[in-house]
Design a protein around this ligand. Sequence first.
Ligand SMILES: [Zn+2]
Length: 385
Amino acid sequence: MLRLRMHTLVTCAGLATHTAAASASTSSMLQRPWFTHGSSLSRDRAQLLAEDQDAALVSGVFVPVTPAGESFTLISGDDAHSLLELRHADLPAAHLDVEEWAWIGCRPDGQHVFAVEMQEETGRAAVKVAGIEVDVSPLRNVADGIACPDDAAVLSTARGILHFHRTHQFCSSCGAATKAYKGGAARACTNRDSCGARVYPRVDPAAIMLVTSPAEVDGRTHALLGRKRAWPAGRFSTLSGFSECGESLEEAVIREVEEESGVRVRKSSLRFVVTQPWLFPQSLMVGFTAEAEPGQPSGGLPEVRYDKDELEDCRWFPRDYVRTRLVDHEGDGGISLVADTSGTPAEEFHIPGKVSLANLLITQWAHEVGPWSPETGGSNFESPS
Ligand SMILES: [Zn+2]
């Protein structure tokens, strides 16, 4: 019998109450970084390995993900985009094999959460899962609308871990088939006699940085924002880039900013802010703030000479301008502006939605709330008591 329910991780109701109570403060406008692992879920894999695995599967819940690029399943008609959860008995027999699921975490009540790939649902906008019609949507497109941060984290993790399993079916050392082990935490080469290699999910670190002007110009502080040609009209964001082999993230910030904008960053001004898993497909975004070296002639904004292969535009934006644009659209569902869903004229200035760490970096600068932290920023970051 199908047991399907609207997802309610135990923290969600508490988070909603906590957030509402703090809604009057500026700091409460800052969300915790999206996709960070749900604070209510334990990732201590020993909890799974210490149990009878069959029993853990039977009592656990399964979050289905489709293998079609960035797609995943949601409950149909649910504006809040809650998780679709299945129970063991709802899964077709083909999905009960160890190769078809991966452990995500354990809830405080001991219930295990697994990701499961629904292979037969590829490439369709709406599908039936265990007899229920559900929507299939790219996670990046709908993540802003996910009401519970823990849901976003679980979906993102499910997508990332299943992508790893799908793309590492064969050993990169000897070419033999690999097999999942440790509850899907890794894959092992089946050629045990002469290889036996283990492979774990790879994470690619990338720096994302809000660069500000070294001093006020005409009484205003500025931030350096750029846009790529493929983005919706009017969207500007922080600069970002992957660290290269042998390069620290701090060095990546300095190199990427200069390469993309021609602006030199003052090394001593670099400040780490926060990290965010960005499993599209396997990145870890590391947020920084930094200050540009003074422009010439002294007192002016540093000259921007952006790389036209990388960017379509890159400019200094005054803080009061950005703040005004953010506040103007608060009624459209938050301070994150998404022109194509909020009714904002497409050509107007806007920033990426809260799904992006850029949103947090720009917003905290615009509202002068200081570096994000569980104490100063995301009032909804802490687990409710
Ligand atoms: Zn091998």
